[in-house]
Design a protein around this ligand. Sequence first.
Ligand code: SAM
Length: 305
Amino acid sequence: MVAEALAFLVTDPEGRYLDATLGRGGHAGAILDSHPGATVLGCDRDPDALARVKNELLPRFGNRLGLELLPFSSLHLLPGGFAGALFDLGLSTEQLSDPERGFSFNLDGPLDMRMDRTQGSRASDLVNLPEEELAGIIHRYGDERRARRVARAIVEARPLNTTLELAEVVRRAVGPSGGIDPATRTFQALRMAVNDEPGELERGLESAVSLIKPGGRLVTISYHSGEDRIVKLFFQRMSGHCVCPPGTPACRCDPANALVVITKKPLQPSIDEVKHNPRARSAKLRAAEIRNHVPVKRGGDPRKR
Ligand SMILES: C[S@@+](CC[C@H](N)C(=O)[O-])C[C@H]1O[C@@H](n2cnc3c(N)ncnc32)[C@H](O)[C@@H]1O
């Protein structure tokens, strides 16, 4: 959804844009190619992604492209004044297709799953958690109905060292799964927990709102319902709507009049795009325009407090 993302994002052809999920630099490169007066700061938490873009794109764009190794939770450290910011969430093709990263249930590799391999716990640490805790992660982040059964099977099969070992155990525990690989939800849950994806996303969006100039756009592309729900609630709350659960006696979510939602419903890829890029089939694009500057403050989804 490169063309659609750019159509929402670029309001100033000479603006400075934040690509918070640089990946292979596809979106960043497209902004710079189509708008010769624009500049981009590309950030990613994955040092491998930055190294690749440094080799492949920097020679082409020179100082129009800045690069920062930065997780969403540190974006507030950047100087503001961006004309827009893009969050193309999830994993890059490079991360998914490298067996050594441990993200794929179809490729044999270590149980790693860290986007930044220089720090933090690996998936191998999580599969060794107590059964209850493991079931909670698989249920909460993977929406897996059979989370308890999966957690029990993992505990019984330990030690587990590789992605294929884990995938086999999960497939046996889950059984047929309505067209998707039965290991999908558990792998998604572990990956989200390893990288604290929900917390990172909430903090990144909060920061972006304060980094973008009024009139600039915040564009997100999410790939599963958990991510999309965080963005949707954030947009609602930042456009002045209370998102507290029904029945909450007094509002605790601290709504702000910071933005106006442009996409009432999320945009989804065309049939043609899905044919060329099957991974895009679950993509949902949302966009909002910043109206008022708000300083970074840590609000978030009150349902999780
Ligand atoms: C779908 S890819 C982006 C692809 C990119 N738009 C392109 O066109 O090549 C998502 C990227 O976001 C990065 N990412 C995900 N969560 C992040 C976070 N919390 N902080 C920084 N980068 C993150 C991943 O490492 C990955 O490289």
